[in-house]
Design a protein around this ligand. Structure first.
Ligand code: GDP
Ligand code: MG
Length: 182
């Protein structure tokens, strides 16, 4: 006897944040399980697909949308944001300026895409390069906790694409949230 067909989901997730914070490295680490210092800067928009056997009955296709070459504008076109169900905003914890840019990215996101129910898309904050010494306040977990609460992030993780710290954990956290809210 054959079992029930699996339920399949396709989730489009945006990975945004300033140039050099490690967006492409994070995606490569998560999807292809490697880290390289030799990435060519991709031009335009690129996405990578991660297929997750979530549980016995559920298969998830997670599309992670990368950006490149457009970070310096702090905004993206509506086409890029279209039909996204979640986002990760990444900063580099060794550079305060990349943290200061987060709200520009968050505002751009919230002004250009909403869930079908009119709510903002769930957004996770990633403090990448946690293998390096942190800049000022960015080493203070309770500062980040209250920042997330105040600015409507679902949470934050210290990550290192380089040392593979919290990469799959943060993605799983986001997927769990998507499944619970859609
Ligand atoms: P993007 O512009 O946001 O896509 O950033 P990249 O993924 O191209 O990474 C920018 C630079 O940061 C590269 O030199 C990476 O090797 C480096 N990098 C990325 N992630 C990490 C990390 O977790 N730790 C450290 N130490 N360096 C990283
Ligand atoms: Mg990149």
């Amino acid at each position: 006897m054959s079992g029930n067909p699996k339920k399949e989901h396709l989730f489009k997730v945006l990975v945004i944040g300033d140039l050099g914070v490690g967006k492409t490295s994070f995606i490569k680490r998560y999807v292809h399980q490697f880290f390289s210092v030799h990435y060519r800067a991709t031009i335009g928009v690129d996405f990578a697909l991660k297929v997750i056997n979530w549980d016995e009955d559920t298969l998830i296709r997670l599309q992670l949308w990368d950006i490149a070459g457009q970070e310096r504008f702090g905004n993206m076109t509506r086409v890029y944001y279209k039909e996204a169900v979640a986002a990760m905003i990444v900063f580099d914890c060794t550079r305060q300026s990349t943290f200061d840019a987060i709200l520009t990215w968050k505002n751009d996101l919230d002004s250009k895409v909403l869930l079908p129910n009119g709510e903002p898309v769930p957004c996770l904050l990633l403090s990448n390069k946690c293998d390096e010494p942190k800049d000022g306040n960015l080493s203070n977990p309770s500062f980040l906790d209250s920042f997330c609460k105040q600015e409507g992030f679902i949470g934050w993780f210290d990550t290192s694409a380089k040392h593979n710290i919290n990469v799959s954990e943060s993605a799983t956290f986001l997927v769990k949230h998507i499944l619970e809210t859609t």
